[in-house]
Design a protein. Structure first.
Length: 304
């Protein structure tokens, strides 16, 4: 058993194939049952068609013998040419009908069902391989990154602050594991700004582990990835709009005066002159009205 364990550890593909065979047992059984049913039905048809012919009597003289012939020469394609040649040499209508039935059986059993079985096995092997890769990634994260996260968790509450996460991302061993999993560290730093909204914000270690797993570069794009990217873009847009809102609300009078000076007091022949002092530009009321209500476009609800 020890040698088998070492062999399985040295050749992980062998373990993958074994697991795939066990998982695909039901699909293989269903395919074999379908082939057996086809053999039984077509053996009855061929036995009724040419069982009395002396030249092909040893092929289909009884139902079990006909099923054996269909299994070897039809499903497994041992020597279908001999059977078809013997049927062709009869040169009778029932023999040509038997040839057509035999060819249809070959197309259904050897071509269709067996190829479907191969496709099912390939799909199962791919799924098992992806599962093995996920398990290996989780194992590496638990052995390396999770240990580092718990090591930097000073208060032992299962929560990680921004400073503790930055310490983990600066650790060489943890970075080596993350790069091995093709995790984009820059993306993690961008997401950390969204996770830690305040200086004392904390995130559960489990949530960070899920973030590391879903940020691997070898994964296909899923709806969750698109949703996370959309949340990040909306969060950045929300922050930018709030910053612009704050900047515009600070000095509206100065902004209006600057715009008026640029429009009416410039230099050059093509610049319009300022109107009389008693006439106020019609657009200036846009900046001198009462403050903007609190419920505006950029007063978006908290997204996260």
């Amino acid at each position: 058993m020890g040698r088998l364990a070492r062999l399985a550890k040295a050749i992980p593909e062998l373990v993958t194939m074994t697991k795939a065979m066990l998982i695909a047992g039901r699909a293989v059984g269903s395919s074999l049952a379908m082939v057996l049913l086809l053999i039984y039905v077509f053996a009855i048809l061929l036995h009724m068609a040419i069982s009395e012919e002396p030249a092909t009597y040893h092929y289909f003289k009884t139902l079990p013998v006909g099923m054996w012939t269909l299994l070897l020469d039809g499903a497994l394609l041992d020597s279908p040419g001999l059977v078809l040649g013997a049927l062709k040499n009869l040169n009778q209508p029932n023999a040509y009908l038997a040839i057509l039935i035999f060819i249809i059986f070959i197309l259904l059993s050897a071509m269709t069902v067996m190829n479907m079985l191969i496709g099912v096995l390939c799909e199962v092997v791919s799924a098992v391989s992806a599962g093995e890769k996920d398990e290996a990634a989780i194992r590496d994260l638990k052995e390396k990154v999770l240990v580092e996260l718990k090591k930097f968790d000073d208060d032992r509450n299962g929560m990680i602050s921004r400073e503790e996460l930055e310490q983990v991302l600066q650790d060489e061993e943890a970075l080596c594991v993350l790069r091995g999993l093709q995790v984009d560290v820059e993306y993690l730093e961008a997401v950390s700004d969204m996770l830690f909204t305040t200086a004392d914000s904390e995130v559960p270690i489990r949530a960070l582990m899920d973030l590391f797993l879903t940020s691997r570069g070898d994964l296909g794009v899923t709806f969750k990835h698109l949703s996370d990217v959309m949340r990040l873009v909306l969060w950045n847009l929300h922050g930018s709009v709030r910053e612009l809102h704050a900047r515009f609300d600070k000095k509206p009078t100065k902004r209006a005066d600057t715009l008026e000076r640029l429009l009416f007091h410039g230099t050059g022949p093509d610049v319009a002159r300022a109107p009389p002092a008693t006439v106020q530009p019609p657009w200036k009321s846009c900046f001198t009205q009462r403050p903007v209500p609190s419920r505006t476009l950029w007063s978006m609800p908290t997204l996260f």
